[in-house]
Design a protein around this ligand. Structure first.
Ligand code: FUC
Length: 250
């Protein structure tokens, strides 16, 4: 049984506004006004209203990866330079099946310092329901990132979302506490648990449909990632240093 949203046509995956099941990067989510400071000022495109979204027009989501398939996994790799960001990066995303678990490993290196924040934009469907808003969710988080005009600005305490007997419309970053699972998403007959070593997750209830897709709130994304806009949040370490390794597992 399929548990994720899909398009009917393969071509629709390239360049769609839903980022359907894509890998977003170098920076998932929004960069405030498309600007950050790191070894000088970097100005990015504003492809999401007043802000830079999901890595902009040259996002990893728009690129063709090489792939290698083995018994239990598929490894996607990409040597790239996102034309808006400095330097060259090597990205590797591994999808591995371990019994009924899907493990996604995000790895990257870069030849210059760069804010790196990779996420998977998989849309899980509503399972047996018509809408994801019919389902329940538990999230191990009592702090979220406050949004000002959709841009995360810093942590605030907010316990309202820990336990939802019906999910409400969301497009919000939550700070995850240690202790598993990070998220339980549950319909009458199906349970999905999300675990990650990332420190935050954007929960997005598909409040928008691109022309290639019918209906809203048919899917839900658990975009595990580092703090979105972290590069512009004081004290947060959002940088992948030249030569260092980026590795996260969800
Ligand atoms: C923006 C993001 C959401 C989602 C959507 C496609 O609205 O804030 O998380 O990625 O784009």
């Amino acid at each position: 049984v399929n548990k994720v949203l899909t398009f009917d046509k393969l071509e629709d995956y390239i360049d769609n506004g839903m980022y359907m099941n894509a890998i977003c990067g170098p920076t998932a989510g929004r960069i405030d006004s498309g600007v950050y400071e790191l070894n000088g000022t970097v100005v990015l495109s504003k492809n999401g209203g007043d802000h830079h979204l999901h890595g902009g027009d040259d996002s990893y989501a728009r690129k063709y990866f090489d792939y290698e398939i083995s018994d239990d996994s598929v490894v996607f790799s990409l040597d790239t330079n996102n034309s808006e960001y400095p330097g060259k990066q090597r990205i590797q995303i591994t999808y591995k099946l371990i019994e009924s678990h899907l493990e996604i490993t995000f790895e990257a290196t870069s030849d210059v310092d760069i804010p790196m924040n990779l996420t998977s934009h998989i849309y899980f469907n509503a399972f047996e329901e018509e809408s994801v808003l019919e389902n329940k969710m538990r999230i191990s988080s009592y702090r979220r990132l406050e949004l000002i005009k959709q841009v995360p600005v810093g942590p605030i305490e907010d316990k309202r979302f820990q336990n939802m007997s019906k999910i409400i419309e969301l497009d919000d970053p939550f700070i995850l506490e240690d202790g598993n699972p990070s998220i339980i998403y549950q319909s009458k007959n199906t349970v999905l648990e999300v675990d990650t070593d990332y420190d935050s997750v954007v929960v997005y209830t598909q409040n928008y449909a691109c022309p290639e897709f019918k209906g809203i709130q048919k899917g839900i994304c658990f975009e595990t990632q580092k703090w979105p806009n972290g590069i512009n949040i004081e004290g947060y370490d959002a940088v992948l240093k030249a030569g260092q390794k980026y590795k996260h597992v969800t």
